[in-house]
Design a protein around this ligand. Structure first.
Ligand SMILES: [Zn+2]
Length: 366
Protein backbone atom coordinates (compact mmCIF):
# COMPACT_ATOMS: atom_id res chain seq x y z
CA UNK A 1 0.00 0.00 0.00
CA UNK A 2 1.41 3.36 -1.04
CA UNK A 3 0.37 6.59 0.65
CA UNK A 4 0.68 9.91 -1.19
CA UNK A 5 1.19 12.85 1.15
CA UNK A 6 1.54 16.49 0.29
CA UNK A 7 2.50 18.81 3.10
CA UNK A 8 3.78 22.27 3.88
CA UNK A 9 6.06 22.48 6.93
CA UNK A 10 4.32 19.73 8.86
CA UNK A 11 1.35 17.41 8.76
CA UNK A 12 -0.13 14.95 11.24
CA UNK A 13 -0.70 11.51 9.69
CA UNK A 14 -3.29 9.20 11.26
CA UNK A 15 -2.80 5.61 10.15
CA UNK A 16 -6.07 4.36 11.59
CA UNK A 17 -9.31 6.08 12.59
CA UNK A 18 -12.03 5.09 15.08
CA UNK A 19 -15.78 5.42 14.47
CA UNK A 20 -19.17 4.02 15.51
CA UNK A 21 -19.31 0.29 14.89
CA UNK A 22 -22.53 0.78 12.92
CA UNK A 23 -24.46 3.31 10.86
CA UNK A 24 -28.16 4.04 11.19
CA UNK A 25 -30.11 3.92 14.46
CA UNK A 26 -28.35 4.29 17.82
CA UNK A 27 -27.33 0.89 19.23
CA UNK A 28 -26.76 0.52 22.95
CA UNK A 29 -23.42 -1.32 22.69
CA UNK A 30 -22.09 0.76 19.79
CA UNK A 31 -21.46 4.26 21.18
CA UNK A 32 -20.59 7.35 19.13
CA UNK A 33 -16.92 8.11 19.96
CA UNK A 34 -15.74 11.68 20.38
CA UNK A 35 -13.43 11.95 17.37
CA UNK A 36 -12.94 15.73 17.44
CA UNK A 37 -9.37 16.95 17.41
CA UNK A 38 -5.93 15.50 18.01
CA UNK A 39 -4.62 17.79 20.74
CA UNK A 40 -3.80 17.25 24.41
CA UNK A 41 -4.75 15.53 26.63
CA UNK A 42 -6.15 12.57 24.67
CA UNK A 43 -4.40 13.12 21.30
CA UNK A 44 -7.18 11.16 19.58
CA UNK A 45 -10.70 9.80 19.91
CA UNK A 46 -12.53 9.07 23.18
CA UNK A 47 -14.82 6.05 23.61
CA UNK A 48 -17.41 6.21 26.45
CA UNK A 49 -18.37 2.95 28.22
CA UNK A 50 -20.62 2.21 31.20
CA UNK A 51 -18.95 0.13 33.91
CA UNK A 52 -19.15 -3.66 33.49
CA UNK A 53 -20.52 -3.33 29.93
CA UNK A 54 -18.94 -4.51 26.69
CA UNK A 55 -19.16 -2.20 23.67
CA UNK A 56 -17.90 -2.21 20.11
CA UNK A 57 -15.83 0.42 18.30
CA UNK A 58 -14.77 0.33 14.66
CA UNK A 59 -11.14 0.65 13.59
CA UNK A 60 -10.75 1.95 10.02
CA UNK A 61 -7.40 1.34 8.34
CA UNK A 62 -7.40 4.66 6.47
CA UNK A 63 -3.64 4.79 5.86
CA UNK A 64 -2.36 1.33 6.69
CA UNK A 65 -2.52 -1.77 4.53
CA UNK A 66 -5.63 -3.95 5.09
CA UNK A 67 -3.30 -6.95 5.40
CA UNK A 68 -0.84 -5.40 7.88
CA UNK A 69 -0.40 -7.22 11.19
CA UNK A 70 -2.07 -5.03 13.82
CA UNK A 71 -2.55 -5.85 17.47
CA UNK A 72 -4.68 -4.11 20.12
CA UNK A 73 -4.33 -4.12 23.89
CA UNK A 74 -5.52 -2.25 26.95
CA UNK A 75 -3.04 0.05 28.67
CA UNK A 76 -4.63 -0.94 32.01
CA UNK A 77 -6.53 -4.21 32.29
CA UNK A 78 -7.91 -3.21 35.70
CA UNK A 79 -10.02 -0.65 33.78
CA UNK A 80 -10.94 -2.54 30.60
CA UNK A 81 -9.88 -5.53 28.54
CA UNK A 82 -10.09 -6.32 24.83
CA UNK A 83 -12.45 -9.27 24.26
CA UNK A 84 -12.84 -11.71 21.40
CA UNK A 85 -9.29 -11.68 19.96
CA UNK A 86 -6.53 -14.27 20.28
CA UNK A 87 -3.36 -12.60 21.49
CA UNK A 88 -4.85 -9.20 20.58
CA UNK A 89 -4.33 -9.80 16.87
CA UNK A 90 -6.83 -8.10 14.54
CA UNK A 91 -8.21 -9.85 11.48
CA UNK A 92 -7.19 -8.42 8.11
CA UNK A 93 -9.53 -6.12 6.15
CA UNK A 94 -10.35 -2.46 5.79
CA UNK A 95 -12.28 -2.26 9.08
CA UNK A 96 -12.51 -4.25 12.30
CA UNK A 97 -15.04 -3.96 15.13
CA UNK A 98 -13.20 -4.25 18.45
CA UNK A 99 -14.86 -5.33 21.72
CA UNK A 100 -14.00 -3.21 24.73
CA UNK A 101 -15.02 -4.90 28.01
CA UNK A 102 -15.17 -2.38 30.85
CA UNK A 103 -14.60 -3.19 34.51
CA UNK A 104 -15.58 -1.00 37.45
CA UNK A 105 -16.23 2.65 36.61
CA UNK A 106 -15.08 5.99 37.94
CA UNK A 107 -15.65 9.66 37.28
CA UNK A 108 -14.54 8.36 34.73
CA UNK A 109 -11.66 5.90 34.94
CA UNK A 110 -9.41 6.34 31.92
CA UNK A 111 -7.16 3.98 29.99
CA UNK A 112 -6.08 3.63 26.36
CA UNK A 113 -6.74 1.09 23.66
CA UNK A 114 -3.33 0.83 22.02
CA UNK A 115 -2.98 -0.18 18.38
CA UNK A 116 0.43 -1.78 17.82
CA UNK A 117 2.21 -2.77 14.65
CA UNK A 118 3.67 -6.23 14.05
CA UNK A 119 3.32 -7.65 17.56
CA UNK A 120 1.53 -7.09 20.86
CA UNK A 121 4.66 -5.31 22.12
CA UNK A 122 5.35 -3.60 18.76
CA UNK A 123 5.37 0.18 18.22
CA UNK A 124 2.13 2.05 19.01
CA UNK A 125 0.60 3.54 15.86
CA UNK A 126 -2.61 4.86 17.45
CA UNK A 127 -4.42 5.21 20.76
CA UNK A 128 -8.11 5.39 21.62
CA UNK A 129 -8.91 6.89 25.03
CA UNK A 130 -11.50 4.77 26.87
CA UNK A 131 -13.60 6.48 29.58
CA UNK A 132 -15.37 4.06 31.95
CA UNK A 133 -18.24 5.64 33.89
CA UNK A 134 -20.05 4.57 37.04
CA UNK A 135 -23.62 3.72 36.04
CA UNK A 136 -26.30 6.28 36.93
CA UNK A 137 -30.07 5.85 36.60
CA UNK A 138 -32.46 8.18 34.78
CA UNK A 139 -36.18 7.62 35.36
CA UNK A 140 -38.73 8.28 32.63
CA UNK A 141 -42.52 7.81 32.50
CA UNK A 142 -44.26 7.83 29.11
CA UNK A 143 -47.84 9.08 28.85
CA UNK A 144 -50.13 8.39 25.89
CA UNK A 145 -52.59 11.30 25.59
CA UNK A 146 -56.05 10.13 24.55
CA UNK A 147 -57.79 13.34 23.55
CA UNK A 148 -61.43 13.71 22.55
CA UNK A 149 -63.46 16.81 21.75
CA UNK A 150 -67.07 17.68 22.56
CA UNK A 151 -68.13 16.17 19.24
CA UNK A 152 -65.41 13.69 18.22
CA UNK A 153 -64.08 10.44 19.66
CA UNK A 154 -60.72 10.23 21.39
CA UNK A 155 -57.54 9.92 19.29
CA UNK A 156 -54.46 8.56 21.08
CA UNK A 157 -50.86 8.70 19.90
CA UNK A 158 -50.11 5.96 17.38
CA UNK A 159 -46.39 5.90 18.16
CA UNK A 160 -44.60 2.67 19.14
CA UNK A 161 -43.51 4.23 22.42
CA UNK A 162 -41.39 1.27 23.59
CA UNK A 163 -39.35 1.32 20.37
CA UNK A 164 -38.77 5.07 20.64
CA UNK A 165 -37.69 4.75 24.29
CA UNK A 166 -35.33 1.92 23.29
CA UNK A 167 -33.48 4.29 20.96
CA UNK A 168 -33.38 6.99 23.64
CA UNK A 169 -31.92 4.39 26.02
CA UNK A 170 -29.11 3.71 23.52
CA UNK A 171 -28.36 7.43 23.07
CA UNK A 172 -28.02 8.14 26.80
CA UNK A 173 -26.09 4.96 27.58
CA UNK A 174 -23.17 6.86 26.05
CA UNK A 175 -22.99 8.98 29.20
CA UNK A 176 -23.15 5.97 31.51
CA UNK A 177 -26.88 6.53 32.11
CA UNK A 178 -29.35 3.67 32.34
CA UNK A 179 -33.02 4.50 31.76
CA UNK A 180 -35.58 3.10 34.17
CA UNK A 181 -38.84 3.24 32.23
CA UNK A 182 -42.22 3.06 33.97
CA UNK A 183 -45.25 1.50 32.29
CA UNK A 184 -46.97 3.89 29.88
CA UNK A 185 -49.77 5.89 31.53
CA UNK A 186 -52.88 6.77 29.50
CA UNK A 187 -54.13 10.32 30.16
CA UNK A 188 -57.66 11.12 28.95
CA UNK A 189 -58.49 14.75 28.10
CA UNK A 190 -61.30 16.66 26.38
CA UNK A 191 -59.87 19.51 24.31
CA UNK A 192 -61.06 21.74 21.46
CA UNK A 193 -59.88 19.37 18.71
CA UNK A 194 -59.74 15.58 19.10
CA UNK A 195 -56.13 14.33 19.27
CA UNK A 196 -54.62 17.83 19.51
CA UNK A 197 -52.79 19.54 22.38
CA UNK A 198 -53.33 23.24 21.82
CA UNK A 199 -51.20 26.02 23.20
CA UNK A 200 -51.77 27.70 26.57
CA UNK A 201 -54.41 26.17 28.82
CA UNK A 202 -54.51 22.77 27.09
CA UNK A 203 -50.76 22.40 27.35
CA UNK A 204 -50.88 23.37 31.02
CA UNK A 205 -53.60 20.74 31.63
CA UNK A 206 -51.40 18.07 30.09
CA UNK A 207 -48.48 19.08 32.30
CA UNK A 208 -50.68 19.18 35.43
CA UNK A 209 -53.22 16.38 35.18
CA UNK A 210 -51.14 13.25 35.67
CA UNK A 211 -47.74 14.63 36.64
CA UNK A 212 -45.58 12.06 38.41
CA UNK A 213 -42.69 13.47 40.50
CA UNK A 214 -39.08 12.26 40.42
CA UNK A 215 -39.26 11.03 36.84
CA UNK A 216 -39.20 12.66 33.42
CA UNK A 217 -42.79 12.78 32.19
CA UNK A 218 -42.89 12.32 28.39
CA UNK A 219 -46.30 12.96 26.80
CA UNK A 220 -47.07 11.49 23.36
CA UNK A 221 -49.94 13.18 21.49
CA UNK A 222 -51.54 12.60 18.11
CA UNK A 223 -50.97 16.26 17.22
CA UNK A 224 -49.08 19.11 18.81
CA UNK A 225 -49.70 22.82 18.32
CA UNK A 226 -46.57 24.88 18.92
CA UNK A 227 -45.48 28.44 18.38
CA UNK A 228 -44.84 27.56 14.74
CA UNK A 229 -46.90 25.16 12.55
CA UNK A 230 -43.90 22.86 12.22
CA UNK A 231 -43.44 22.22 15.95
CA UNK A 232 -43.26 18.48 16.73
CA UNK A 233 -41.62 18.49 20.15
CA UNK A 234 -41.57 20.75 23.21
CA UNK A 235 -39.53 20.44 26.38
CA UNK A 236 -40.18 22.17 29.69
CA UNK A 237 -37.33 21.42 32.07
CA UNK A 238 -37.36 22.29 35.77
CA UNK A 239 -35.27 25.38 35.10
CA UNK A 240 -37.54 26.45 32.22
CA UNK A 241 -40.80 26.16 34.19
CA UNK A 242 -39.31 28.03 37.14
CA UNK A 243 -38.25 30.84 34.80
CA UNK A 244 -41.62 30.91 32.96
CA UNK A 245 -44.24 30.14 35.61
CA UNK A 246 -45.44 26.84 34.13
CA UNK A 247 -47.06 24.12 36.29
CA UNK A 248 -44.66 21.16 35.98
CA UNK A 249 -41.73 19.95 33.92
CA UNK A 250 -42.50 17.66 31.02
CA UNK A 251 -41.77 16.79 27.40
CA UNK A 252 -44.48 16.87 24.70
CA UNK A 253 -44.08 14.99 21.44
CA UNK A 254 -46.52 15.05 18.55
CA UNK A 255 -47.07 12.21 16.09
CA UNK A 256 -47.73 15.17 13.84
CA UNK A 257 -48.16 18.94 13.84
CA UNK A 258 -50.78 21.42 12.65
CA UNK A 259 -48.87 21.76 9.35
CA UNK A 260 -49.82 18.18 8.51
CA UNK A 261 -46.45 16.49 9.03
CA UNK A 262 -46.76 12.88 10.19
CA UNK A 263 -43.81 11.40 12.13
CA UNK A 264 -45.80 8.65 13.86
CA UNK A 265 -43.72 5.83 12.33
CA UNK A 266 -40.38 7.68 12.28
CA UNK A 267 -39.05 6.28 15.56
CA UNK A 268 -35.59 7.67 15.01
CA UNK A 269 -36.91 11.22 14.57
CA UNK A 270 -39.04 10.97 17.70
CA UNK A 271 -36.19 9.43 19.69
CA UNK A 272 -33.83 12.21 18.65
CA UNK A 273 -36.40 14.82 19.77
CA UNK A 274 -37.06 13.08 23.09
CA UNK A 275 -33.36 12.49 23.81
CA UNK A 276 -32.61 16.15 22.95
CA UNK A 277 -35.29 17.39 25.37
CA UNK A 278 -33.95 15.04 28.06
CA UNK A 279 -30.60 16.74 27.40
CA UNK A 280 -32.16 20.03 28.52
CA UNK A 281 -33.42 18.32 31.70
CA UNK A 282 -29.81 17.29 32.24
CA UNK A 283 -28.91 20.99 31.94
CA UNK A 284 -27.30 20.89 28.51
CA UNK A 285 -27.61 24.02 26.40
CA UNK A 286 -27.99 24.27 22.66
CA UNK A 287 -24.65 23.91 20.92
CA UNK A 288 -22.51 26.99 21.58
CA UNK A 289 -25.66 28.66 23.06
CA UNK A 290 -26.69 29.79 19.59
CA UNK A 291 -30.34 30.03 18.49
CA UNK A 292 -31.67 30.23 14.92
CA UNK A 293 -30.83 32.05 12.73
CA UNK A 294 -27.42 32.17 14.47
CA UNK A 295 -27.17 28.42 14.98
CA UNK A 296 -23.78 26.95 14.22
CA UNK A 297 -23.52 25.28 10.82
CA UNK A 298 -20.16 23.48 11.12
CA UNK A 299 -20.21 19.69 11.16
CA UNK A 300 -18.75 19.35 14.66
CA UNK A 301 -21.83 21.25 15.90
CA UNK A 302 -24.39 19.57 13.68
CA UNK A 303 -23.33 16.08 14.80
CA UNK A 304 -24.56 16.97 18.25
CA UNK A 305 -27.74 15.81 19.90
CA UNK A 306 -28.00 19.30 21.43
CA UNK A 307 -27.74 21.23 18.18
CA UNK A 308 -30.95 23.28 18.13
CA UNK A 309 -31.54 22.91 14.42
CA UNK A 310 -30.11 19.42 14.44
CA UNK A 311 -31.23 18.46 10.98
CA UNK A 312 -28.77 17.32 8.38
CA UNK A 313 -31.38 18.08 5.73
CA UNK A 314 -31.84 16.74 2.24
CA UNK A 315 -29.94 19.37 0.32
CA UNK A 316 -27.76 22.43 0.47
CA UNK A 317 -25.49 23.41 3.32
CA UNK A 318 -26.87 20.84 5.75
CA UNK A 319 -26.35 17.74 3.66
CA UNK A 320 -23.70 15.78 5.51
CA UNK A 321 -23.58 12.27 6.90
CA UNK A 322 -23.01 12.21 10.65
CA UNK A 323 -22.94 8.42 10.95
CA UNK A 324 -26.66 7.72 11.39
CA UNK A 325 -27.58 6.91 7.81
CA UNK A 326 -30.39 8.20 5.62
CA UNK A 327 -34.08 8.67 6.47
CA UNK A 328 -34.77 8.38 2.78
CA UNK A 329 -32.39 8.40 -0.18
CA UNK A 330 -30.40 11.64 0.08
CA UNK A 331 -32.15 12.73 3.29
CA UNK A 332 -29.61 12.43 6.09
CA UNK A 333 -30.60 11.51 9.64
CA UNK A 334 -29.88 13.68 12.64
CA UNK A 335 -26.92 13.07 14.92
CA UNK A 336 -26.99 11.82 18.53
CA UNK A 337 -23.48 12.77 19.57
CA UNK A 338 -22.82 13.90 23.17
CA UNK A 339 -19.35 15.33 23.71
CA UNK A 340 -16.82 13.66 26.00
CA UNK A 341 -13.95 16.07 25.39
CA UNK A 342 -13.96 19.60 26.76
CA UNK A 343 -12.18 21.61 24.07
CA UNK A 344 -11.09 25.03 25.29
CA UNK A 345 -12.13 26.86 22.11
CA UNK A 346 -15.80 25.84 22.54
CA UNK A 347 -18.46 27.26 24.88
CA UNK A 348 -20.73 24.25 25.44
CA UNK A 349 -18.32 21.35 25.44
CA UNK A 350 -17.62 18.56 27.95
CA UNK A 351 -21.32 17.67 27.87
CA UNK A 352 -20.88 14.38 29.68
CA UNK A 353 -19.50 16.20 32.74
CA UNK A 354 -22.56 18.53 32.81
CA UNK A 355 -24.95 15.58 32.48
CA UNK A 356 -23.32 13.62 35.24
CA UNK A 357 -23.04 16.54 37.64
CA UNK A 358 -26.77 17.22 37.11
CA UNK A 359 -27.86 13.64 37.78
CA UNK A 360 -25.58 13.40 40.81
CA UNK A 361 -26.75 16.74 42.27
CA UNK A 362 -29.25 16.98 45.11
CA UNK A 363 -31.78 18.76 42.85
CA UNK A 364 -31.39 16.14 40.13
CA UNK A 365 -32.84 16.47 36.63
CA UNK A 366 -36.53 16.14 37.53
ZN1 LIG B 1 -33.53 22.30 22.49
Amino acid sequence: MTIDITYHKRKRLSLVRFSRATTGNPVIDKPDPDTRGFATPEFGAVLPVTENKTVFVRLNRDNVDPGADLFVKSSDETIFTVAGLTGGKLPTGATQDIQVAAKGGGTPKKASLEVRFGALDGPIISKLAVFVFIKRTLRITPHNLSIKSASAAAIPSAVDINSVIGLVRAIWAQCGLELTVSATVTDAHTFAVAGRVGRGIERNKVLSARFIPNTINAYFAHQLEGSTPGTLGLGFSRKFITDNGLPNPGILLGDGNVAGTDRSTDNMWLANDLAHEIGHFLRLDHTERKEPPDNRTDLWSRRRLMHNFNTQGSSGDFHDQVGYGDRAPGDVRRGCFVSMKDLSQLTTDGEVAVVRSTIESAAGPY
